[in-house]
Design a protein around this ligand. Structure first.
Ligand code: COI
Length: 356
């Protein structure tokens, strides 16, 4: 059993919105559960945590996060074990650690891991009716931290707010995605912030994504920022390729987000006997494999996206169509296995699940 150690004040809503939600038809990220966690950082320390009715946040127009981008976030999911009624969280300690890696990189205060976890557990337990049970749906959990100083001088803020809210979600991608290899704009380079979850990382990807959409692609497959030669990630997901039975995924070079799903998929692949190479993966190598009929699969991994197939890769004005989804044995099996562990349908042999 999980023990909560931090004293958390709970102020419950008296107007639950749950009856207005159609759980069979949930869009991603637009429906929010009844409560949220709020913790303020003032005078050099984290204050006590509160669980409040989900509500708007009041900030000054001079709020430093708005101007200089000290803002970070995480993404997690909870599922219901329908046999036991337990709510299952997937590796939340990893998210606590990564939030703090992001905080440190952006000059923000780390949040004690037990405070992150205890407030998360209480929040999810309180809103457990919001965990959807329909296929491909889950309770998405969005912790975030941002600077709150009303000050427009450029320096690390002295005050911060941590919030964690949840939303029942359906699939992030409802079909396989078409990706366009990025060869002009840079998402991240080693030494930047691409390996942490800084809000600003995503801002720089919006314009290239709009351009990619105009040419019929769903997402940009980012490449290294120097030569535009090596695959990096998709922005919403890490990326894997299956070439001649081997799994290739870009190595964590300091510009790529160390995804929790990425790490878990690598483990599952290895334990299935698939050889996994974490290394530089050049686009030319992939195109060459495709032309020889050896590029058997490509897929993205992420909390929101889970395992999402890539149907097409656009590169230098040409479109390369990948094998049909039914033929993608490895990724199809990994998706079922991961989903089964997350929903308590398969044994948690890796100890990844926290039951509430
Ligand atoms: C996640 O997968 O949880 C993410 O944070 C990616 C995204 C929706 C930005």
């Amino acid at each position: 059993m999980i023990k909560e150690r931090n004293l958390i004040t709970i102020n419950k809503t008296d107007q639950s919105k749950i009856s207005s939600v159609d759980f069979n038809n949930i869009p991603f990220g637009r429906v929010f559960s009844d409560h949220m966690v709020s913790i303020k950082y003032t005078e050099g320390q984290w204050q006590s945590a509160q669980i409040l009715p989900y509500q708007e946040v009041k900030i000054s127009p001079a709020c430093s996060a708005l101007h200089y981008g000290q803002s970070i976030f995480e993404g997690m999911k909870a599922n219901l074990d329908e046999q036991t009624g337990d709510v299952l969280l997937f590796r939340p300690q990893k998210n606590a650690q990564r939030l703090n890696a992001s905080a440190i990189r952006l000059g923000m205060p780390a949040l004690p891991v037990d405070l992150f976890l205890d407030s998360l557990y209480q929040l999810v337990k309180l809103d457990r009716q919001w965990v959807p049970t329909v296929k491909d749906a889950a309770l998405y959990i969005r912790p975030l931290m941002f600077a709150t100083d009303p000050y427009i001088g450029v320096r690390a803020s002295e005050n911060y707010r941590y919030i964690n809210f949840t939303c029942p979600v359906g699939a992030y991608y409802s079909k396989p995605v078409k990706v366009l290899v990025g060869d002009k704009f840079v998402r991240a380079i080693p030494g930047g912030t691409g390996d942490v979850k800084a809000a600003g990382n995503y801002a720089g990807t919006m314009h290239p994504a709009i351009l990619a959409k105009k040419t019929g692609y769903d997402q940009v497959l980012w490449t290294d920022g120097y030569e535009f030669k090596y695959a990096q990630e998709i922005g919403t997901m890490n990326v894997f390729f299956i070439v001649d039975g081997k799994a290739l995924t870009p190595e964590l070079d300091g510009a790529i987000l160390p995804g929790v799903t990425r790490e878990s998929v690598i483990q599952l692949l290895k334990d299935k006997g698939v050889s996994v190479e974490e290394r530089k993966v050049s686009i030319e190598e992939l195109i060459d494999a495709q032309e020889k009929g050896l590029l058997q699969d490509a897929f993205g991994t992420g909390t929101a996206a889970t395992v999402t197939h890539i149907s097409d890769i656009g590169y230098k004005g040409k479109n390369y169509q990948l094998p049909p989804i039914e033929a993608r044995t490895i990724s199809n099996e990994i998706k079922v296995q991961l989903d089964g562990i997350k929903r308590g349908l398969l044994p948690d042999t890796y100890n990844w699940i926290v039951r509430l």
